[in-house]
Design a protein around this ligand. Structure first.
Ligand code: ATP
Length: 467
């Protein structure tokens, strides 16, 4: 067993991610673009697995949530009426000495991040939305926005989903997908980027029940992050003070995680009240469809539901757990990466991911890559396990079992299955199974491998407990 453990720094994580094919700087052959990253062969698996885990827990394991996939390009009126056009901005300042540009609300002691000078310009508001030209005409009227959050796509489809599913309150609509923000200072690897993915749920409730639902969702979400393997002592809640709340929120609780650069927001759980449905309703042309709605909105609304007695229409309140998928990937990577010094003095890097998140579900390793019988048997096992559709299974023929184990420890593969000369000895064919965290090995008959593999992933356990 390892004698000493230590976590990796952000620099270690960035270089490991590049070396092992998790995450690359986007357009690096052209010098890169700041705040944009590409996910490589292992990164895409990890990201897909984390997104799938979210979707399963939100949509498949609940009976009060529907899914949606709305467009990334947004009609300008959506973001005018949502308030983003006027208020979705950050204060930007310039350093007169080194000409660096930075966020005015992120300064330490009012000093320039880069050179420490206090010779800064007054803050100016900078809108974070990306504008794009839409259609063949390049004039001021034919523009669109790239969505800065997935939420608005849910609000504008509220009625479509309600009408097509006959849902009653409380119910939610879940969506994952890209969002775009022209951040003034993208930084800390994939923590703050200009193109990122969100996992958002808009959960519609009756006004008056919103505070109770808000508390419930904060707890559900906190528990979910723990289930993804994040250490409980690295997670904490932050109740946003009133003056920091977004324009749409009555209350917001952030779930903070201790990233390598410190405690920062991983997910925000906001009580958005009836602000969004209300303002999209208020601004519809086809008003007068329903009766008067809540006191907040003195116009007639469209995005409304009827109360239980079927009499009055009202605008539902909404609770929004909004998580960043890229921040989630960074959190599970930084929580999982460990540098261990083993009893024999050697060092191993191991990525202790929960099995459902691991990019490779197993590696099948032939002891001798020139032995036809061993190679064939290894390929046969890898194929069988792949067909179980639990995720990628790698046939790993680097020809050195020790190296193969180290390589797979580093990328978080929970199981290695080795075919060796003993495989063909004895009454029945057998293989060695090696578990990632405990490094323990066990021999099992080949006929039991598929069953073991399925049970291992159903139980989701790692370490000594798997045998
Ligand atoms: P921050 O205060 O860190 O800028 P925010 O409060 O503006 O974040 P929200 O608008 O609440 O973020 O977005 C919900 C989630 O989307 C955040 O909790 C975060 O995980 C993710 N997110 C927001 N902006 C970015 C970004 N620029 N890069 C990566 N993820 C982001």
């Amino acid at each position: 067993m390892p004698e000493k453990n230590c976590k990796l720094s952000m620099n270690d994580i960035v270089s490991l991610c590049k070396r092992r094919g998790f995450i690359f700087q986007s357009a690096d052959i052209y010098g890169g673009l700041q705040g944009l990253y590409d996910y490589g062969p292992l990164g895409v698996e990890l990201k897909n697995n984390l997104r799938d885990a979210w979707w399963k827990s939100m949509v498949y394991e609940r009976d009060d949530v529907e899914g949606l996939d709305s467009s990334l390009i947004g009609h300008p009126l959506i973001f005018k009426h949502s308030g983003h056009e006027d208020t979705f901005s950050d204060p930007m300042v310039d350093c007169r000495d080194c000409k660096c540009r930075m966020r005015g609300d992120h300064l330490l002691d009012g000093k320039c991040d880069n050179c420490g000078s206090k010779n800064l310009t007054e803050p100016r508001q900078f809108n974070l939305m990306f504008k794009a030209n839409f259609g063949p005409l390049e004039d001021d009227a034919s523009f669109v926005y790239l969505r800065p959050e997935t939420a608005q796509g849910i609000f504008i489809n509220f009625k479509n989903v309600l009408d097509s599913t006959s849902r009653k309150l409380p119910f939610g609509i879940a969506q994952t997908g890209k969002s775009f923000r022209n951040e003034v200072t993208p930084r800390n690897f994939i923590f703050r980027v200009r193109e990122f993915e969100q996992m958002e749920l808009e959960f519609f409730v009756e006004p008056g029940t919103d505070e109770e639902w808000h508390e419930k969702w904060v707890q559900y979400r906190l528990e979910w992050w723990k289930e993804q393997g994040l250490a409980a002592d690295k997670l904490k809640l932050f109740h946003q003070p009133h003056e920091e709340l977004a324009h749409y929120a009555k209350a917001t609780v952030d779930i903070l995680y201790e990233f390598p650069h410190g405690f920062e927001e991983l997910e925000g759980v906001a009580n958005r009240t009836d602000f969004d449905l209300g303002s999209h309703s208020k601004n519809q042309d086809e008003l007068n469809i329903f009766a008067k709605v809540s006191a907040n909105h003195d116009s007639n609304a469209k995005l409304v539901v009827q109360n239980l007695e079927g009499k009055n229409f009202f605008v539902p309140y909404v609770i929004e757990p909004s998580a960043g998928l890229d921040r989630g990937v960074l959190a599970v990577l930084s929580d999982g990466f460990n540098r261990e010094i083993l009893e024999n003095g050697s060092e191993r890097i191991v990525l202790k991911l929960k099995p459902h998140l691991a990019p490779f579900k197993a590696a099948v390793v032939p002891l001798a890559k020139n032995n036809e019988r061993i190679v064939e048997k290894s390929k046969e096992i890898a194929k069988k396990l792949s067909r179980l559709r639990l995720g990628r299974v790698k046939y790993e023929d680097i020809g050195n079992v020790g190296k193969a184990y180290r390589r797979h420890d580093e990328v978080g593969t929970p199981l290695c299955i080795t075919v060796d000369f003993d495989t063909f000895e004895g009454a029945e064919e057998s293989v060695t199974l090696r578990e990632r965290d405990s490094m323990e090995q066990k021999r099992i008959p080949i006929r039991e491998v598929e069953k073991f593999f399925q049970e291992f992933y159903a139980a989701g356990r790692v370490g000594n407990s798997i045998w």
